[in-house]
Design a protein around this ligand. Structure first.
Ligand SMILES: [Zn+2]
Length: 447
């Protein structure tokens, strides 16, 4: 079954007129709902437009995703029953992500290994041209599939979208509305039939969309389990919240590796403590960064909790401070090779663009700074911990293996869960100041 799809910009004027019509609601129900076991969402990331995958900014509430998957994940959590983590992650949604307030939540399952079939609950692109149509949802057999036509230019945001591009997140939010059972609204909402180029407004549910999902699944029940915190120590996950079963919870994770269809990593039969407010559970091998949900016994949507973000592993290494030019060229560039695991103890710093044959000193500290020193910028705040000096080779390259088990001082011990800043100081006799600094890196460490 195929729904009349999201139409292109040419129809926009008529819809604006309808949106001004009086009335309390305009949502349309397609006649199906999604059971609690088929709320998984995954993305086969075959989008060809560079603009569909050029958002590389990590979002703390969406750990492990960038580009098109991040945009589609954000679209899915906007339909959720409660704020997703602290609700942040999208600059256009000041009221936060997670606005459905119904007994309905999607379970983000990361990447798919293909576009899948009609019940595999995937997003992917398609090479075809249905004139005036951006995308479509197929559904009706206990699952769904969403396709985006490649003849439009898709954009993953996260901020403003050029007028000649189409906002993937807005379109995904609309098509996911069809997947969960909503038709078109005549109001100018997420479920209105039109999306203009550059328009990001459909990312955010409006009242009419919220009333629609609540009509299908019921207003969020007071008995629906609610996750309000998740922390992982490398082995065990601790969940805080309300409404957990005393003896028999299912904890759902996001799958770590691409899957063809609905293989949600779950741990079953998990008890809670603290009158249903605390769960501790071992994280299964096939779980990765994504969302965690708790399901209590029962078959209604109210038996499945909201989706809460969970970071498994480490946040990415980020540059915190640029390098400065030296007497030999554009400056020294510091990079790091590491699993970021303290237990693995495999951090190796390396640099290029140092003065050939000159000595250098890598150092680290716990806080960023920005202070002009010698010929460059000191990017780390005191106290600074110095690693043994090394000499650059004839090409101005050097390598600094860092032994985490032998820190230069007790206070310099690197622990899981901490972020440390690394930089290189090197001699530059021909430079006016005699020495200079590389760029700096912030490296988060994990167990
Ligand atoms: Zn539509």
């Amino acid at each position: 079954m195929r729904r009349p799809p999201l139409a292109a910009a040419t129809l926009a004027t008529g819809v604006v007129a309808l949106a001004l019509a009086p009335g309390s609601s305009s949502y349309d129900l397609l006649g199906h709902t999604l059971g609690p076991l088929v709320r998984d969402v995954r993305v086969f990331n075959d989008f060809e437009d560079p603009s569909a995958n050029d958002n590389l900014l990590p979002e703390p509430m969406f750990p492990g995703a960038v580009g098109a998957p991040l945009a589609i994940w954000k679209a899915a959590v906007e339909w959720g029953s409660a704020l997703h983590g602290d609700g942040t992650g999208d600059p256009t949604q000041q009221d936060g992500l997670g606005s459905g307030e119904a007994n309905f939540d999607f379970s983000w399952q990361g990447l798919a290994s293909g576009p899948g079939g009609l019940t595999d609950n995937t997003h992917s692109s398609i090479h075809a041209d249905d004139v005036g149509v951006l995308a479509f949802a197929e559904f009706g057999q206990g699952g769904w599939r969403i396709r985006y036509y490649e003849n439009w230019t898709w954009d993953d945001g996260p901020g403003a979208i050029p007028a000649q591009h189409y906002d993937l997140q807005s379109c995904a939010a609309h098509e996911l509305g069809h997947a969960l059972g909503l038709g078109h609204s005549s109001f100018l909402t997420t479920m209105s039939a039109v999306q203009s180029g550059g328009d990001t407004s459909k990312r955010s549910l409006l009242t009419d969309d919220r009333l629609g999902v609540q009509a299908l699944y019921g207003v969020r029940s007071a008995l629906k389990p609610r996750v309000t915190g998740a922390s992982w120590n490398g082995v065990t996950l601790t969940l805080t919240g309300t409404g957990f079963s005393a003896t028999n919870n299912e904890v759902w994770f996001t799958r770590a590796t691409p899957a063809a269809s609905g293989q949600i990593p779950k741990v079953t039969g998990v008890p809670s403590s603290g009158s249903g407010t605390l769960i501790t559970v071992a994280v299964p091998q096939d779980a990765g960064s994504g969302d965690v949900l708790v399901r209590v016994p029962g078959s209604s949507g109210a038996s499945l909790s909201n989706a809460w973000p969970l970071l498994i592993g480490c946040q990415p290494i980020v540059p915190t401070c640029p390098t400065t030019a030296n007497s030999a060229g554009p400056g020294a560039v510091l990079s790091a090779t590491t699993s970021q695991s303290v237990a693995a103890n495999d951090l190796v710093l390396s640099a290029t663009g140092v003065l050939p044959g000159q000595f250098a000193l890598a150092f680290y500290g716990s806080s960023p700074a920005s202070q002009p020193v010698a010929g460059g910028t000191l990017c780390i705040g005191a106290p600074l911990h110095r690693l043994p000096p090394v000499q650059a080779d004839g090409l101005g390259q050097l390598v600094v293996p860092v032994d985490l088990t032998a820190p230069p001082a007790p206070a310099a011990t690197i622990q899981p869960g901490q972020t440390w800043h690394f930089q290189l100081w090197y001699r530059d006799p021909a430079g006016g100041a005699g020495s200079d600094f590389s760029n700096a890196l912030a490296i988060p460490f994990c167990p």
